[in-house]
Design a protein around this ligand. Structure first.
Ligand code: ATP
Ligand code: MG
Length: 451
């Protein structure tokens, strides 16, 4: 736009200057023609009257040399014959008739078309026309050259200013778009997954704020990416641990079946053979009583094994019943009273995945309490309120650094707390552990949408 205006201004000024100059210079040329003509007429009066041709010729030459615009000059006598002229040889035939002046007039100027362009011809009567007429012709040539030179300079100046304008515009555009270009490059890098680039804050304007916001965003993305990678690693590690744990569990069950149930059944076989070989009814009775004891111990151990693997009550009667059964056994086994409170659940069953997850979380929390807390009281609260399901397990034990354990838990082969959190997140919930050394531990599980 600026460039267009500069060009328009340049063209306008050039045209205006040309028009004014042409007008002024033309007027000057005409005036010069008149004054030179009158001067020539005055000075040639005497020589013409005494017919001094030499002097007249001198006068004509002098006039032409002194003024570069003078194209020609000549003197006509009373009868209109050419007395002297500046043409050397070959006076143009039709030039005499091109201009004439009345004897009572001072002068007359008119334009004459020649091969070299327009010539302003002035005729001045000598001695009131009684002696003759002086004629002088001034060419427009020099005036045209001057105007052309000035026009060229003005156009050159316009072109120069435009060039400077273009260069300034290019530089300014480069300068102003530099922050935006940087932002674009950095955004591209972020799109490719490289969160390292940061952009400079060039100025305290909207772009500066954008740059700051971008930097914060890139930093957040980098942190989120690192966290995601760490989580991914933890997950992979956890998966490996689960597979190992499953194998371990199978080994344990196999060993238990072999060592306890197998041994017990073997002793039942031996006992039965002894019963076969018994001689008296009293002996049969005693051996059968022994066998009964062995069978009932075996039954108990098989039942415990089954319960540990998966309590059938969870599938049959639901989470509340399973928790009550589990906590009762827990209290009997570890001598730690557990207070179970169920609020707002009635007899409703939850989704199987939710029930299993919550059961395992409570189980792990209670096992940890038995293992580490040295607590004298535990409370378990299962509460449904405003479409939210909260599970809270609280003990009054020794407490621990929950944050630290959760951060380094998986790495140190401790999977309990980490597994609890994973289970909670798998069913769309969150798990929080609050604990302080000496002040007990509370585990919160929050499930936002009720499933
Ligand atoms: N209720 C609690 N009171 C005191 N300390 C606890 C409690 N729960 C957990 N801890 C501490 O946190 C640590 C981590 O527990 P976590 O359940 O993750 O692992 P673990 O029980 O040692 O091993 P795993 O559960 O994998 O068999 C425990 O070693 C214990 O020191
Ligand atoms: Mg544990």
């Amino acid at each position: 736009m600026v460039l267009g205006l500069v060009l328009l201004l340049g063209a306008g000024v050039t045209l205006q200057v040309r028009a004014t100059l042409t007008r002024t210079l033309l007027a000057q040329l005409q005036e010069a023609s008149v004054s030179l003509g009158r001067d020539l007429a005055a000075r040639s009066t005497d020589p013409l009257l005494i017919n001094d041709l030499y002097n007249i010729l001198q006068l004509l030459r002098e006039t032409q040399t002194n003024n570069p615009d003078v194209r020609y000059a000549f003197i006509l006598d009373h009868d209109g014959r050419v007395v002297a002229h500046t043409f050397g040889s070959g006076f143009p035939a039709d030039l005499v008739s091109a201009n004439s002046v009345a004897t009572d007039a001072y002068h007359r100027t008119t334009s004459v078309q020649t091969e070299e362009g327009v010539v302003w011809d002035t005729a001045v009567p000598i001695f009131d026309g009684k002696a003759g007429t002086a004629r002088i012709g001034l060419s427009e040539q020099r005036m045209k050259e001057t105007i052309a030179a000035i026009t060229t300079r003005l156009l050159l100046a316009t072109a120069l200013v435009s060039l400077v304008g273009i260069l300034a515009a290019i530089f300014l555009t480069w300068l102003l778009t530099r922050p935006v270009r940087q932002l674009v490059e950095a955004t591209e890098a972020v799109r490719r997954g490289d969160y390292s680039p940061r952009v400079r804050r060039w100025a305290d304007d909207e772009l500066g704020e954008l740059a700051d916001a971008f930097n914060v965003m890139a930093a957040d993305l980098a942190t989120a990416d690192t966290e995601r990678q760490e989580r991914e690693q933890m997950r992979a590690f956890f998966l490996r641990q689960i597979i190992t744990a499953q194998e371990e569990e199978r080994k344990r069950i196999a060993r238990e079946l072999h060592d306890e149930t197998g041994q017990a059944l073997a002793s039942v076989m031996v006992g039965l053979r002894n019963v076969e070989e018994a001689s008296s009814a009293a002996e049969v009775h005693t051996r059968l009583a022994d066998l009964r004891g062995v069978a009932s111990a075996t039954l108990e151990s098989v039942r415990r094994l089954a319960l540990e693997l998966r309590p059938s009550v969870l599938d049959d009667l639901g989470l509340v019943a399973a928790l009550q059964r589990y906590t009762a056994e827990y209290t009997a086994r570890f001598r730690i009273p557990v207070d179970v409170q169920i609020v707002g659940l009635d007899d409703r069953r939850l989704a199987p995945a939710v029930e299993t997850a919550l059961y395992r979380i409570v189980q792990e929390a209670l096992t940890n309490i038995a293992k580490y807390a040295r607590a004298t009281h535990v409370s378990v609260l299962l509460e449904r309120r405003d479409g939210q399901l909260n599970t809270i397990i609280e003990d009054n034990g020794c407490g621990f650094d929950a944050e630290g354990v959760l951060r380094s838990g998986a790495a140190e082969n401790r999977l309990g707390l980490y597994g609890m959190r994973e289970r909670a997140e798998l069913i769309g919930g969150t798990l929080m552990v609050e604990s302080q050394t000496g002040c007990g531990t509370t585990v919160y599980v929050r499930l936002m949408s009720e499933t």
